[in-house]
Design a protein around this ligand. Structure first.
Ligand code: ADP
Ligand code: MG
Length: 243
């Protein structure tokens, strides 16, 4: 019997990330996040900005369930992250793509293998890998470089490999923690434009950055943290001067 497929809208208004009264304290020092409330809808593009030490990476790690809250609740894609069972965490993370400032590529593997690795972890068949990896490398502009090792690539190219690796499993949410922190302005813009394109194709994108010029130019939602507190959350926002 033919089953009618539900029409999938690429962008719905439903909430995909909800933080309710979230605080996070490490064993030493002042709390890294204090009573944070944040709601992000499916398909949004959000910049997280703030001085060094303001809690941005802590927020990203909580969303990945690398850390757990000290108090409050986090729900990501319907998963209550305080209650999620350890054995369910890998399945949860399959829906997340992550990019870091320092690329974190496998140094002894070539570009193709670095991206294919992400597919092997989720047990994709070789046939699918052979289709998906070249297609994602083409999207990030690295079609001609699949045999290169990371050390043979520029910083911008390495970050594009990392981005391809984050995207090849088609994540629902892409998290990027200072993805342009090690890049020059031209490569920074190229990475941000790719992130914007990925978002336009329906992926929810959250980008931690210090890049004032890019934040001001892109006119996206901007959440500003200061000493663990959200001090501003604006649609089409800009970089708030801390001085
Ligand atoms: P940001 O990414 O905005 O620079 P972080 O989230 O890394 O900020 O850090 C927020 C605060 O938490 C800082 O004061 C930092 O020193 C502290 N912190 C971060 N990680 C740890 C840790 N593993 N142990 C203790 N304190 C930490
Ligand atoms: Mg950080």
């Amino acid at each position: 019997m033919a089953v009618k497929k539900k029409r999938k809208s690429p962008v719905t208004e439903s909430e995909i990330i909800t933080l309710t009264n979230v605080s996070k304290a490490y064993s030493t020092g002042a709390p890294a996040l204090k009573d944070v409330n944040l709601r992000i809808s499916r398909g949004e593009f959000v910049f997280i900005v703030g001085d060094s030490g303001s809690g941005k990476s802590t927020l990203i790690k909580l969303l990945l369930r690398e850390l757990t809250v000290s108090s409050g609740y986090i729900n990501v894609m319907g998963y209550d992250l305080s209650k999620i069972k350890h054995r369910k965490i890998p399945k949860f993370r399959r829906n997340l793509g992550i990019v870091f400032q320092d690329f974190r590529l496998l140094k002894d593997r070539n570009v193709y293998e670095n991206v294919a690795f992400a597919q092997r972890i989720i047990q994709k068949s070789n046939k699918e890998i052979k289709k998906n990896v070249p297609s994602i490398l083409a999207i990030v502009g690295l079609a001609g470089k699949y045999k290169a090792k990371p050390r043979q690539l520029s910083g911008g190219e390495q970050q594009r490999v990392a981005l391809a690796r984050a995207l090849v499993n088609q994540p629902t949410i892409l998290l990027a923690d200072e993805p342009t922190g090690n890049l020059d302005p031209k490569n920074s813009w190229e990475i941000m434009k790719l992130l914007e394109q990925i978002n336009e194709n329906g992926t929810t994108v959250i980008v931690v950055t210090h890049n004032r010029e890019i934040v001001n130019a892109m006119q996206k939602r901007v959440v500003t943290l200061r000493r663990g507190v959200i001090i501003s959350d604006e649609e089409k926002g800009g970089y708030i001067d801390e001085d």
